[in-house]
Ligand binder design. Structure first.
Ligand code: IMP
Ligand code: MG
Length: 177
């Protein structure tokens, strides 16, 4: 698996330090607000599991599954494959994403959830790739800005592989070209 990685962008330790810091910030900002964290499957699963262990307040969690992506280029279309199982009306929603790339997925999701009248919607993303932004959406909490390269690991995949890498690496272009 590691032979497909061109270089390591973020080490396990760097990720751990930053994720705990963001978890502590969210803890301060949402104290007494009983927020609901909405993880966007599948990419969020490792990040969210680590983040939540640094969020020291009463809160709940739910998950959605959306597909907008096949291979390395966004199709622009967003499909909801799994919806929430809890009501979010009047709740403080915190969407948890792996990466904010074109922003198409998150701007769609934010609008979609806004229709259910939550008290607020915030976005926390592990990675932000601002160079590729098409939609007008930003992250309220972002752990790392990354360059315009296709990255995998720590939950992020290329065609469902590499999610289990404990670090974030740049995939060798020859793997997908
Ligand atoms: P967006 O709608 O273009 O912002 O795309 C968001 C989704 O595309 C993310 O949730 C990822 O699943 C996927 N994605 C975007 N860039 C990358 C990348 O560099 N590596 C792996 N997945 C990516
Ligand atoms: Mg993906």
């Amino acid at each position: 698996m590691t032979q497909d990685i061109e270089r390591i962008l973020l080490t396990r330790d760097e990720i751990e330090d930053k994720v705990s810091e963001v978890g502590r910030r969210i803890t301060e900002d949402f104290r007494d607000k009983d927020p609901i964290f909405v993880g966007v499957l599948k990419g969020c699963f490792i990040f969210m599991a680590d983040l939540m262990r640094h969020v020291d307040i009463k809160c709940s969690m739910d998950f959605m599954a959306v597909s907008s992506y096949s291979g390395t280029s966004s199709t622009g279309a967003v499909k909801i494959n799994k919806d929430l199982s809890q009501d979010i009306e009047g709740r403080h929603v915190i969407i948890v994403e792996d990466i904010l790339d074109s922003g198409v997925t998150l701007s769609y999701l934010k609008r979609y959830l806004m229709g259910r009248k939550p008290a607020s919607i915030n976005i926390v993303t592990l990675l932000d790739k601002p160079a590729r932004r098409k939609a007008d959406v930003f992250a309220d909490y972002s752990c790392f800005e990354v360059p315009d390269a296709f990255v995998v690991g720590y939950g992020l995949d290329y065609n469902e592989h590499y999610r289990n890498l404990p670090y974030i690496g740049v995939l060798k272009p020859e793997v997908y070209s």
